[in-house]
Design a protein around this ligand. Structure first.
Ligand SMILES: Cc1cc2nc3c(=O)[nH]c(=O)nc-3n(C[C@H](O)[C@H](O)[C@H](O)COP(=O)(O)OP(=O)(O)OC[C@H]3O[C@@H](n4cnc5c(N)ncnc54)[C@H](O)[C@@H]3O)c2cc1C
Ligand SMILES: *[C@@H]1O[C@H](CO)[C@@H](O)[C@H](O)[C@H]1NC(C)=O
Ligand SMILES: *[C@@H]1O[C@H](CO)[C@@H](O)[C@H](O)[C@H]1NC(C)=O
Ligand SMILES: CC(=O)N[C@H]1CO[C@H](CO)[C@@H](O)[C@@H]1O
Length: 421
């Protein structure tokens, strides 16, 4: 049998991981990315649970990640005057993680590591500045797919098309024959990530978080290079009103307009925020996105399949990166295991991933209530509760909650696969 021809769409986290594992099955992998080069923007993401298990199976990846981890030692919640209410520290044991992960890494660095691990593989070919324009199924429903591209790559036939193009995946819309936002559940929240060219933490390795009124949350993390890594998170009530709509409208007009929108939303909320906003206007690594959950009725349709945020973005649980890495591994593994019967492989991928997705998409019950106070009164209450839990045993309880839902790396009992190549 000739090699399986696989088209992977999107080169961030899910895409390169899928390319790595499909190459191990001996497949011929073409991976396309809409942007003209590898995107390196973005701030910290965590690798947890099954993500750690898969990382350790990828030769050289754990060492590469360790060399680049942000080495955040903890996180303080601060008052307007900068004094902390309490501090959550990482546990120092990657198999028993707390809220702060030991494998916290800049998304751009993670993407670069995965790209470097795959770019020279003779079974993998990267093409930048390209996207899918249309897909046509051949012969019967489960036959190969003919793909037309938008920017000049010749029309080709693939045995499998793997969409890894993120939560607002256009390839998903084409492959499932639906609208881009059809399987997106908005949380009414959005976030912006960028770095500011000065050390706002003055040498400390403990990040700081500040909750302004009306659900405006600011975090500043340290960085070895002397800059500060900033996240602005806007949390709106979960009512019927589409509070993220003005954000999406600004986004359509490009980064400049989006920065102005974000600055206007955050100006004057206190602490170091105005200084941070000035830095944002100058930032070259600005990235912002709506926080959404993606839920599809089926992860595949004929020979078209979804991996990562495109198929199961988990909103605020902090597990999107681990889910993407895990999904890519399981998909390639199951396809390899059911050689000669793609439908069986796709079905097994769905069956194996469903319980993991359901578990990782669960938002811990106390998160929205604690993180999203809507008024100054709410913050006073929340901060005092936090001060209270910081010196009572509740912190231990919270850490244990995360330990059981995030930590133990073999919780999901991922299978080992036999790879041919
Ligand atoms: C630039 C960037 C910065 C990010 N920063 C953060 C962050 O700071 N914190 C955080 O928690 N998460 C961040 N994320 C999201 C995070 O990477 C994902 O939630 C998670 O790692 C799962 O990754 P994914 O590969 O499934 O999807 P994504 O990381 O969203 O990657 C999707 C990829 O597909 C590409 N793409 C999109 N549309 C098309 C198309 N039609 N054709 C071809 N390619 C396409 C995108 O350019 C991107 O490279 C960021 C994502 C990106 C792209
Ligand atoms: C992979 O596929 C491409 C495009 O279909 C083809 O040009 C190339 O020769 C193939 N490579 C291998 C190693 O089979
Ligand atoms: C492929 O697998 C599916 C699902 O397990 C099964 O129904 C079908 O009969 C198999 N096809 C072949 C050709 O083995
Ligand atoms: C996102 C985040 O870190 N939010 C914090 C807001 O404050 C509460 C305590 O007051 C923390 O528990 C949250 O983690």
């Amino acid at each position: 049998m000739s090699n399986l021809r696989v088209l992977v769409v999107g080169a961030s986290v899910a895409g390169p991981t899928a390319a790595y594992w499909f190459a191990k099955t001996g497949a011929n992998v073409t991976i396309i990315e809409r942007f003209p080069k590898l995107r390196t923007a973005g701030q910290n993401v965590d690798i947890r649970t099954a993500g750690v298990t898969v990382m350790r199976k990828i030769q050289g990846m754990e060492a590469a990640v360790r060399a680049k981890t942000t080495q955040l030692e903890g996180m303080s919640i601060v008052r307007d005057n900068g004094l902390p209410y309490g501090t959550i520290r990482s546990t120092g044991n990657p198999d028993q993680q707390s809220l702060v992960s030991e494998y916290e890494i800049l998304r751009g660095d993670l993407s670069q590591i995965l790209f470097d691990l795959t770019k020279d593989d003779r079974n993998v070919k990267y093409i930048f500045g390209e996207q899918v324009a249309s897909m046509q199924r051949n012969e019967k429903d489960d036959g190969p797919i003919t793909v037309e591209f938008a920017n000049g790559l010749p029309t080709s036939e693939y045995d499998l098309v793997v969409a890894c193009d993120g939560s607002t995946s256009r390839t998903r819309a084409i492959g499932l024959g639906c609208g881009v936002r059809d399987h997106i559940k908005s949380t009414n929240c959005w976030s912006a990530f960028f770095s500011v060219g000065q050390d706002l933490l003055k040498g400390s390795k403990i990040g700081q978080g500040y909750n302004g009124t009306k659900g405006r949350f600011v975090t500043v993390d340290p960085d070895a290079s002397g800059v500060s890594r900033v996240m602005l998170m806007a949390i709106n009530p979960r009512d019927n009103h589409d509070a993220a709509l003005p954000f999406r409208e600004a986004m359509k007009q490009g980064d400049h307009a989006l920065k102005q929108f974000v600055a206007q939303h955050y100006r004057g909320i206190g602490w170091k925020t105005d200084e941070i906003l000035q830095g944002m206007l100058e930032a070259e690594d600005f990235y912002a996105s709506e926080t959404v959950e993606v839920k599809v009725p089926s992860l595949y349709n004929g020979r078209f399949v979804l991996v990562g945020d495109a198929g199961y973005a988990p909103s605020f649980t902090g597990t999107g990166t681990s889910l993407a890495i895990t999904g890519a591994y399981v998909l390639a593994g199951e396809i390899g295991k059911h050689k000669g019967n793609l439908t069986a492989g796709l079905r097994s991928y769905e069956e194996r991933m469903r319980p993991i997705i359901d578990d990782m998409q669960k938002v811990p019950p106390f998160i929205p209530a604690i993180v999203a106070p809507q008024t100054a009164w709410g913050i006073w209450l929340r901060n005092n509760i936090f001060a209270f839990i910081a010196w009572t045993r509740f912190l231990e309880f919270a850490q244990k909650f995360f330990a059981s839902s995030f930590a133990s790396t073999d919780k999901y009992k991922l299978p080992d696969y036999d790879w041919v190549a």
